[in-house]
Design a binder for this molecule. Structure first.
Ligand SMILES: CC(C)(COP(=O)(O)OP(=O)(O)OC[C@H]1O[C@@H](n2cnc3c(N)ncnc32)[C@H](O)[C@@H]1OP(=O)(O)O)[C@@H](O)C(=O)NCCC(=O)NCCS
Length: 377
């Protein structure tokens, strides 16, 4: 039995999986063997979600049926909206999303995870309803009514519509859909692992996704995209970027949106997101945050390149969402809208050969301590 303790389980495999693969040395990310660059160019988020869940690209007929199933399940029960109305409006949208997803599980019975048909419909509901929950919360907290989905709109277009009640620029829809593809899956990350631990108890998928949402919220994981935009705003102008980076590193502080447990080169998702930002700014006007980001990256490459710390997925995504007028605290919920496909793909894969997670520990405490009565302590 191995007894070396690896903090953060770094390098310890927690699953055998065919869902996705990362080559951290070459900067390659594949979903079911297909590179993300190709999926961004040729696929859509919903088709990519299908690929992740079922292991192969759908035929035209299967894709149409899948898209229709998603459209039919986008709506929320009034009770879920009512539940969200009771939450404090200053609360974080990730908390509202987690509460609503946990509550969804109470509305949809049949939690037997051995029932494959039921599992399919749970996956459909979760992928379909997460955007509706996020958009509804964004409006309810301002005192506005939630906007129901419109069946004729595609997945990304409908999300913008539910958020703003207007049709977004077609380029935004394209770029946003690519962002969802890039966030849909990423091997054994903290939120996926969290979900799998919960799933290994044979808990229902709503509970699995609620667990994953909790892990995604933290600033070392999905929460980093919010902190990047806050950091870039604090820096303010490109000419102050180099000094900021130097000062952060001198004080041994981390630069948000940099570094990764697996990548030793620039995260391929950051490279694609950077070019998506360039496309967006060419059409819709430049962004000061983007100029600041480029200067931060340049200085960081000089000072952190030796440690192989480069921009990760969170570095450029927030700049794109910010330009689209999306509130900063919705960035991580948007990450979740995408990543739910990856969580569910791992959940379904694990169910085929489930084993309860029960790791070991290295006990570092004392033995045989006497119980001291309270009046003698
Ligand atoms: C993601 C992250 C937790 C991975 O960390 P990890 O694999 O545990 O690696 P470590 O934190 O041990 O970092 C290794 C070295 O690189 C440095 N480093 C890593 N990320 C850094 C960052 N963002 N800024 C500055 N230095 C960084 C560490 O200080 C450490 O240096 P040292 O060896 O001199 O002490 C880490 O890079 C981080 O905190 N990044 C910022 C948060 C973020 O962007 N998260 C989103 C991830 S997709």
């Amino acid at each position: 039995m191995p007894h070396d303790f690896m903090p953060g389980l770094a390098g310890i495999p927690a699953a055998k999986s065919a869902v996705s693969d990362v080559d951290g040395e070459r900067g390659v990310l594949e979903y079911r063997g297909i590179r993300v660059e190709e999926l961004c160019q040729r696929s859509s988020y919903l088709e990519t979600a299908y690929l992740l869940l079922f292991g192969h690209l759908p035929t035209q007929q299967a894709l149409t049926a899948w898209e229709q199933d998603i459209v039919r399940h986008r709506r929320l029960k009034y009770s879920i909206i009512d539940l969200m109305k009771c939450l404090p409006e200053q609360g974080h949208p990730m908390d509202a999303l987690q509460a609503a997803v946990a509550a969804l599980g109470m509305f949809y019975p049949g939690r037997n995870v051995k029932d494959l048909e039921n599992n399919y419909w749970s996956a459909v509901r979760l992928i379909a309803k997460l955007p509706t929950i996020v958009a509804a919360w964004a409006r309810l907290r301002r005192g506005d009514e939630a906007i129901p989905p419109r069946d004729e709109l595609g997945f990304s277009e409908n999300f913008f519509y539910m958020l703003t009640e207007t049709a977004p620029h077609p380029l935004w829809v394209d770029i946003f859909d690519d962002c969802l593809i890039l966030h849909a899956e990423h091997t054994m990350n903290a939120s996926t692992f969290t979900g799998l631990v919960t799933a290994s108890t044979l808990a229902d998928p709503y509970t699995v996704v609620a667990s994953s949402l909790g892990a995604l919220k933290g600033p070392l994981h999905g929460g980093a995209n919010e902190e990047v935009v806050e950091m870039l705003r604090r820096i303010g102008t490109a000419d102050r970027a180099a000094a900021y980076v130097e000062e952060q590193l001198r004080n041994k502080r981390k630069l948000m949106g940099f570094g990764h447990r697996v990548y030793r080169v620039k995260d391929p998702r950051a490279t694609i997101l950077q070019s998506l930002s360039e496309r967006l700014f060419k059409t819709c006007g430049s962004s000061q945050l983007f100029d600041v980001a480029l200067h931060v990256e340049r200085k960081a490459a000089e000072l952190l390149g030796e440690k192989k710390v480069y921009p990760n997925v969170d570095f450029y995504s927030g700049i794109i969402y910010d330009k689209m007028g999306i509130d900063v605290d919705l960035f991580t919920p948007i990450f979740a809208i995408a990543r739910v496909a990856g969580w569910l793909a791992h959940w379904l894969e694990q169910l085929t050969e489930n084993k309860l997670f029960r790791p070991d520990q290295i006990y570092a405490g004392e033995h045989n301590r006497p119980y001291v009565p309270i009046d003698q302590r």
